[in-house]
Design a protein around this ligand. Structure first.
Ligand SMILES: [Ca+2]
Length: 270
């Protein structure tokens, strides 16, 4: 946890009790400062060996590079505000991290994890959800370079058979721009006069969680009763609304990236 704090990453999730109770917070990627070397590197989190030919991207800046034979990479773009960086490599879970000027002042060592047989990647793209109407002081507004897709994101995807002893989680790789009261109180949003309701996450039409904070690798347990194995399932994420704008609906503009489903054995996940 300390390693992550180094980079000022807040992560938390407030899960609603909508007939289910599942408050949960965890981390799965590893980011650590290295003592040796001056290069950013991508390694296998299990074996610690360098990963070559991994794609490293700053999607909002249109920047893309690849790691070399030693897993090294450099970020050619100036990072002046929180920005989502992603790492992609065949056979590994999609990884993303919110970085800022501080976090890139030292070499980054990024540990990525091999995918499990039942993991499902829902979406690896970056999305801007909202209405393109936002304050310059919104959490990370300066980074909104892509046009909003509207006030919600939705996608259908297939889920296979889920072994009975595994729990199923939705993982949100990274999210920026949430302007809830909690985000403001945590210093993530500089909007002082207003705040927004939290973005809501629906699974097969049921509200399963609200996202109150920006951060990486936020996980939401999906109640088993909502899963439709061997069939189409639907994920919808609705952006929050400015609670102080009554003349019209002002959706809270957010950006998010890397949505996937992860399963974990029930013993391992306490
Ligand atoms: Ca807005």
């Amino acid at each position: 946890m300390n390693r992550l704090k180094l980079f000022g990453i807040y992560l938390a999730i407030i899960t609603l009790a909508v007939g289910y109770s599942s408050a949960f917070c965890a981390i799965n990627g590893n980011v650590e400062k290295t003592e040796e070397g001056n290069s950013n590197r991508v390694i296998d989190s299990q074996t610690q060996s360098p990963i070559s030919q991994a794609d490293v991207m700053l999607p909002s800046k249109g920047y893309k590079t690849r790691t070399d034979g030693q897993g090294r990479f450099s970020l050619g773009a100036k990072i002046d505000a929180p920005t989502i960086m992603s790492v992609e490599k065949e056979g590994y879970k999609p990884f993303s991290l919110t970085i800022d000027g501080n976090s890139v002042s030292k070499p980054l060592v990024i540990g990525i994890e091999k995918t499990n047989p039942h993991d499902i990647i829902i979406d690896k793209d970056l999305y801007h959800i909202g209405d393109d109407n936002y304050s310059a002081t919104s959490a990370n507004a300066v980074e909104f370079r892509i046009k909003a897709i509207g006030p919600f994101y939705t996608k259908n995807f297939k889920i296979g058979a889920i072994p009975p002893n595994e729990d199923v989680y939705l993982v949100i790789g990274s999210v920026i721009g949430i302007d809830t009261k909690m985000a403001r109180d945590m210093g993530q949003s500089k909007v002082t006069t207003t705040f927004a309701s939290a973005p809501q996450i629906y699974f097969n039409g049921n509200l399963i969680a609200e996202l109150n904070l920006n951060g990486d690798n936020q996980q939401v347990k999906i109640p088993r009763s909502l899963l439709k194995p061997n069939s189409d399932n639907q994920l919808t994420i609705k952006s929050g609304k400015n609670l102080f704008q009554h003349a019209y609906v002002d959706y809270d503009d957010i950006e998010l990236m890397n949505l996937f489903i992860e399963t974990k054995s029930q013993i391992a996940s306490e």
